[in-house]
Design a protein around this ligand. Structure first.
Ligand SMILES: NC(=O)c1ccc[n+]([C@@H]2O[C@H](COP(=O)([O-])OP(=O)(O)OC[C@H]3O[C@@H](n4cnc5c(N)ncnc54)[C@H](OP(=O)(O)O)[C@@H]3O)[C@@H](O)[C@H]2O)c1
Length: 340
């Protein structure tokens, strides 16, 4: 016996990827419903070798469904996730709405799978921000060995992280540079994204940081350890898929770069590609469509007592969203619902 699964936001970047991953990982699905806004009613989406027709979220009855993987923005999530949860369907949410709610577990299965048992307070589980998810997969095994004191991270985030509209804007602006028949002014982003980088993701906070940077701090504390200090600079780059991060870590205990490499090689969800030669590292293009979080450029930071630098790359639509959500569904199935 398998699960009755709903995918909410099935026409979007993350929703489509969730359907691909449910099929690829042979998640035990008995029945599946795909939902989006009214304007997408009847739109066809693929699930393995099947084609499914999209239904309207606003009129869908969640009664009798086991779990709903939400990938719509915070607005529709606020309206419909509590309805699904009240109908007895466990919500796994990709938006930021519930991530900081103490009654909602925030889960990266490689790091804190046991937190799943906290789902029952609201019948909701939150999926972290894309840049946090890939980073904590790398931080956790190193933290277990040498206790992290402080992290300094700079991100290089792809446009798919801001949905279909972000990808369209990069595509249209890039074309208009080569064929300038009409201008494509910035709409989704505050400045032109083609052939540019923008040090601004989400809204500004009072202290001058951005909400994306704040999310990395708050989510790392909730998922890994509240004692970790973290400072981030989040940057949007003209890459379609795949987020990269330059991470500097200060530990309480000394950790040799070779030992760190061995620890990361053994860690779940990680693939180490780290040769000190031309091309001996991973770039975002190479991680697209993969499940792993890739780690390269592992090296000692000689400017502090116990420091390491590394480069971390992952498919943001997968580990940063859809894959992590499906992994949470697997953990929920194995540890709680116990059907499949
Ligand atoms: N992209 C990432 O890397 C990433 C990472 C982590 C979390 N997330 C989060 O995941 C969510 C989805 O992101 P995305 O990148 O997939 O966005 P997207 O490509 O823009 O897709 C948005 C989806 O939401 C649906 N939707 C929007 N308003 C709706 C409404 N009122 N009722 C029902 N459905 C509605 C859209 O349906 P229509 O096609 O019918 O409009 C579409 O299926 C967001 O909360 C985002 O913050 C994304």
């Amino acid at each position: 016996m398998g699960y009755k699964v709903v995918v909410v936001g099935a026409t979007g970047n993350v929703g489509r990827e969730m359907l691909n991953i449910l099929a690829e990982r042979e998640f035990p699905v008995d029945e599946i419903a795909v939902l989006a806004s009214r304007k997408s009613l009847g739109t066809e989406v693929s699930f393995g070798d099947k084609t499914l027709k999209t239904q309207d979220l606003a009129t869908f009855d969640f009664t009798g469904w086991d779990m709903a993987l939400f990938a719509v923005g915070s607005g529709p999530t606020k309206e419909f996730a509590p309805k699904a949860a009240a109908a007895g369907c466990v919500v796994i949410d990709n938006s930021s709405l519930y991530r900081y709610d103490p009654d909602v577990p925030l889960i990266v299965p490689e790091v804190n799978a046991d937190a799943v048992h906290g789902y029952s307070k609201k019948n909701i589980i939150a999926n972290p921000n894309c840049s946090t998810a890939q980073m904590v997969v790398a931080l956790k095994p190193l933290h277990d060995r040498a206790k992290i004191k402080r992290v300094v991270v700079s991100t290089y985030q792809s446009v798919s992280g801001s949905g279909k509209e972000g990808m369209d804007e990069l595509w249209e602006q890039t074309k208009s540079v080569y064929n300038p028949v009409s201008e494509v002014p910035p709409k989704k982003y505050p400045k032109e994204i083609a052939f540019n980088v923008i040090p601004h993701i989400d809204v500004f906070m009072e202290d001058g940081s951005t909400k994306e940077e704040w999310k990395m701090v708050a989510e790392t504390k909730k998922i890994v350890d509240p004692s970790i200090k973290l400072t981030a600079t989040c940057v949007r780059v003209p890459v379609f898929v795949g987020h990269s991060e330059a991470i500097n870590i200060e530990f309480e205990d000394f950790l040799d770069e070779d030992e760190a490499r061995d620890i990361l090689r053994e860690a779940p969800g990680i693939m180490v590609v780290d040769k000190r030669e031309d091309g001996g590292y991973i770039t975002p293009k190479e991680c697209v469509g993969d499940f792993a979080t890739f780690i390269s450029r592992i090296r000692q930071d000689p400017t502090i007592e116990n420091g390491l630098n590394l480069w971390c790359v992952s498919d943001n639509l997968r580990k940063g969203a859809a894959l992590n959500a499906v992994q949470i569904a697997e953990v929920l199935g194995q540890k709680v619902l116990k059907k499949g």
